[in-house]
Design a protein around this ligand. Structure first.
Ligand SMILES: Cc1cc2nc3c(=O)[nH]c(=O)nc-3n(C[C@H](O)[C@H](O)[C@H](O)COP(=O)(O)O)c2cc1C
Length: 362
């Protein structure tokens, strides 16, 4: 079965955006933005906002980042108790400030024994959680261990990459998401999907391998699936901030074009709960893009601490404004807003000027 997954994006993959995805019908798995294990364990004032789970809590994958295995294992065990699908280890982030601390893709570059220790310790933490909850007779689903990774450093070799992945799977990793670029390859460079296919074939009938990178519409989805027919699903990141309805678009599309039906398509709602869209007579949806933006701002107010309002609003509109005829103009105005009220007024006034940009049908 081909799953659809929402990718982890720092400052974006939070409950507010998840609520919008869900209103459009949602997808199969929601990866959270990376949660720093050591910070999480301090239970500081902002940490609880990373783990809000009232919306689609059973489809959340908690993504952990960190440089040391011990706090990562402890944080994994605590996060398991929140429910959801499981724990993901971030081995793909290549932001220099993360890598130089020994986190993210640094785990693909360190001596393999060190990374093996991390995987085993987190695996043990999850196993211990799973066996404690089943001993208590709880009906909790077993928590899963997954890893999101890239190809490695610029000098990676195929043999080294596959050896690394074999180590992950032998030590209990149950799903891999491959973003097939090297550490330094920019997002503008085409991802090398053939590595996803090789990996998916290698672990066929063993664990799911998910493709990630540059899927942004029906055409690129088709291309990705054709490039890696053995993969078990597609993860979308940036496009889900630009078009939070993308999962619905792809779900409807793959259903009508008879590609294997996705699990989420069974539960498509009939109408938007908060006025963001309505069904048309020909079973399409008419989206009110002003309302989507306002809903996002409101969700930031509901689900983020005041200190994060500005960054969370700005990061979303940096992607969302690309939908509009005068995208650069409205983006720069939104990025200059200092309060959510200012952002609401600025966004509304754009549609007073360009009313034709407000609705689209997909
Ligand atoms: C703003 C932003 C934040 C990201 N944060 C994370 C993160 O926290 N963890 C992670 O594993 N990847 C992160 N990524 C990488 C994405 O999950 C994804 O691998 C990448 O954007 C390629 O997929 P796409 O072409 O669908 O966007 C981030 C990407 C962006 C653009």
């Amino acid at each position: 079965m081909n799953k659809l997954l929402a990718g982890p994006m720092a400052t974006l993959s939070h409950q507010g955006l998840r609520k919008i995805y869900e209103d459009f019908g949602g997808c199969d798995e929601y990866y959270t933005e990376m949660i720093n294990a050591s910070s999480y364990l301090t239970h500081g004032q902002f940490e609880s906002y990373y783990t809000l789970n009232e919306i689609a809590g059973d489809k959340i994958v908690w993504q952990l980042t960190g440089k040391d295995s011990e706090p990562m294992a402890r944080a994994a065990k605590e996060l398991c108790a929140l429910g959801g699908i499981g724990i993901d280890l971030n081995m793909g982030c290549s932001a220099p400030e993360i890598v130089k601390t020994g986190a993210g893709i640094a785990w693909m570059i360190k001596p393999i024994e060190e990374t093996k220790r991390l995987v085993c310790e987190v695996r043990n933490a999850i196993d211990s959680y799973n066996s404690q909850t089943s001993a208590k007779g709880n009906v909790h689903k077993k928590q899963r261990l997954s890893v999101k990774l890239r190809l490695g450093d610029e000098n990676f070799t195929e043999a080294g990459f596959f050896k690394f992945c074999d180590m992950l799977v032998e030590n209990g990793v149950e799903q891999l998401v491959l973003h097939p670029r090297t550490r330094k390859e920019k997002l503008a460079r085409p991802p090398r999907y053939h590595y996803v296919e090789d990996l998916a074939k290698r672990f066929e009938n063993k664990i799911p391998v998910i493709l990630n990178g540059n899927v942004k519409d029906k055409e690129s989805y088709d291309f990705a699936i054709k490039s890696s027919p053995a993969s078990s699903g597609v993860m979308l990141a940036r496009i889900s901030a630009q078009k939070p309805w993308i999962f619905r678009e792809l779900t409807e599309y793959t259903t009508v074009s008879d590609i294997e039906k996705k699990s989420c398509s069974n539960i498509l709602p009939k109408s938007s709960e908060c006025g963001m869209w309505e069904k048309t007579e020909d079973s399409k949806i008419r989206i009110d893009r002003l309302q989507v933006g306002l809903e996002y701002i409101n969700n930031v107010r509901l689900y983020q601490p005041r200190e994060f309002y500005e960054t969370r609003m700005q990061r979303f509109f940096a992607y969302y404004c690309d939908n509009f005829s005068f995208g650069h103009y409205i983006k720069s105005k939104m990025l200059n807003c200092k309060t959510l009220e200012d952002a609401e007024a600025t966004f509304k006034s754009y549609f007073d000027q360009i009313p034709d940009d407000r609705f689209i049908t997909v």
